[in-house]
Design a binder for this molecule. Structure first.
Ligand code: AMP
Length: 281
């Protein structure tokens, strides 16, 4: 696997790849790779002639400086993992390469800004949108792969690609979990041993909510029961539980009026913010 840190050298390399008519699959990440990221890489390797992964801890999408400062950055193990997966190229630019000066553009994703991650992390999607737009312009892939774990982020990227005519196909891959149900996340390593034992309750709560909805209980009651289950544990500081339409991510009043419904949750466990979601149907 080749490793590039500069944009111009990467562009030259990719020009050669495109000349050979090879399809490029792209997996943007912030590193500290785990099996969730690797599943995206493996989809891309399977479906394309050339797979490019980027690792860039994007400072402008962090609305919490603590979170940014503590973000794990184990680059050499990441490189080894990517090579073993058959990834062809890693782009890992330094901050000054991506942002030679303070970016002046901000983005606003409309309705997506007023719920869930948009509401609780002001400016987050602007940072995500800007860095992904920059990476798409640099890499110009045929397909890009994202994880369902960040369901609302996927909706943001879909909006970006549609409204700015990027001409890139988007694939959303299933959430990869630990055996006890905890969604894999780079932030999980920051959980203490006891927090790690408690963390799977988040997924259990999602499952509980799914069962209640499938039994026919109405969304506000389900949110209430889920909140009680999570808060009774005493360790989680809940930010939101939302039952939403899986496409629009708008809050659902009655499941009968929707083709697909998801439940999304975000909560702090100690200092670590965890998010997860489940598809009900
Ligand atoms: P991140 O490095 O956290 O920015 O994530 C990079 C990509 O990996 C995003 O598209 C995430 O949605 C995806 N991802 C993160 N965790 C998982 C997981 N447990 N399963 C599948 N995809 C994931």
């Amino acid at each position: 696997m080749e490793v590039f840190r500069e944009i111009s050298a990467l562009r030259r390399k990719l020009k050669e790849i495109r000349k050979k008519d090879m399809e490029i699959g792209f997996v943007p990440t912030m590193g500290a790779l785990h099996k969730g990221h690797l599943s995206l890489i493996s989809h891309s390797v399977e479906e394309n002639d050339f797979t490019l992964c980027s690792i860039f801890v994007n400072p402008i999408q962090f609305n919490n400086i603590e979170d940014l400062n503590h973000y794990p950055r184990p680059l050499s193990t990441d490189i080894e993992m990517l090579s073993n997966m058959g990834c062809d190229l890693l782009f890992c630019p330094d901050e000054h390469v991506m942002y030679p000066s303070k970016p002046q553009i901000t983005m606003n994703f409309g309705d997506l800004e007023s719920i869930m991650e948009g509401k609780f992390r002001p400016g987050h999607f602007s940072g995500v949108g800007l860095v992904v737009a920059k990476l798409f312009n640099i890499v110009m892939p045929d397909v890009a792969y994202f994880g369902k774990k960040d369901l609302q982020q996927f909706a943001v990227i879909q909006t970006l690609v549609k409204e700015l005519n990027f001409g890139i196909r988007l694939t959303c891959c299933d959430t990869i979990r630990e055996n006890d149900g905890l969604a894999m996340s780079s932030r999980n390593v920051r959980l203490s041993e006891s927090e790690r034992q408690i963390a799977p309750l988040l997924y259990k709560t999602l499952h509980f909510g799914k069962e209640l909805l499938l039994e026919g209980q109405n969304p506000p009651d389900v949110v209430h029961h889920m909140t009680r289950l999570l808060e009774n544990n005493g360790n989680f500081a809940l930010e939101y539980i939302e039952i939403v339409d899986s496409e629009t991510l708008r809050r659902v009043k009655d499941c009968k009026n929707h083709n697909s419904v998801s439940i999304c949750v975000a909560a702090f466990l100690g200092n670590v913010r965890l998010i997860d979601n489940i598809t009900v149907f």
